[in-house]
Design a protein around this ligand. Structure first.
Ligand code: BTN
Length: 241
């Protein structure tokens, strides 16, 4: 069991909390160091996309982890982060969320949070930076949703942050028990099984019905020919029968 002791550095503006933390990690930062910014001028999302990060419109946060689990289990780190964000939004804002594989948090079927994990080499060994962007107001992504939209109330960023730090510590302590993370993830994701979806990754695309996840978090898709395809990366969208 790993005990996480979070310590948060706060910034008014950064290009990206992930890149600032990567810099600190290569200078030897300890596990649990986190970076929070009021705005990001070059926020990054999954699959090389930009992450819009206007001042005050989101919670832009990254944390450094130095996991001791086998590297082939590292995809579960984003699952545990999604579980932690789900807890934080429920506890601090009363927002109930669904998880879209692998780790988008949805409220009423629209994205409210994205998670970007990056493995990096540091003098202290291989580490992971887990970047979390929670939409607090519609200014961040008008086409997505936000805590403000979900609750009708002005979000309390500090309360959400405090709940997130506590939830990350809780879920991280379970990382060595991958089956618990996977079971919790599946119980909170309507995408875990029985959803007809398309998964796109670059020029590749697969369509099928979700049928669980592999021990390393890869998505299992049953195609119309009955074959089960294992998908390790991509963007999931719903399809109608
Ligand atoms: C996604 O594409 O869904 C992941 C988005 C992750 C955004 C967060 S905001 C804080 C951290 N810093 C970044 O540049 N990206 C992540």
């Amino acid at each position: 069991m790993t005990l996480l002791k979070p310590k948060v550095l706060r910034f008014e503006s950064l290009p990206s909390t992930n890149t600032e933390l990567a810099r600190l990690a290569s200078d030897g930062a300890a596990e649990g160091l986190a970076v929070l910014a009021d705005e990001q001028t070059a926020g990054r999302g999954r699959l090389q996309r930009a992450w819009s990060s206007p001042k005050g419109a989101g919670l832009y946060f990254s944390m450094l982890l130095r996991p001791v689990i086998p590297v082939d289990q590292w995809p579960l780190i984003t699952f545990m982060a999604a579980l932690a964000v789900g807890d934080a939004l429920q506890e601090a804002a009363g927002v109930q969320t669904d998880i879209k594989w692998p780790n988008d948090l949805l409220s009423c079927e629209r994205k409210i949070c994205g998670i970007l994990a990056a493995a990096i080499d540091t003098p202290g060994g291989r580490a992971v930076i887990i970047g979390i962007g929670i939409n607090l107001t519609p200014a961040a992504f008008p086409e997505a949703t936000s805590v403000l939209e979900a609750t009708g109330l002005q979000p309390d960023r500090e309360a959400i942050l405090a709940a997130l730090l506590a939830a990350l510590a809780r879920w991280y302590s379970l990382l060595g028990e991958g089956e618990k993370i996977l079971a919790a993830w599946a119980s909170r994701s309507s995408y875990a099984s029985g959803k007809l979806v398309q998964v796109k990754n670059g020029d590749e695309s697969w369509q099928g019905t979700t049928c669980g996840v592999e021990p390393d978090g890869a998505l299992r898709l049953r195609t119309s020919s009955g074959e089960v395809k294992i998908v390790r990366a991509g963007d999931v969208s719903l399809r109608s029968a």
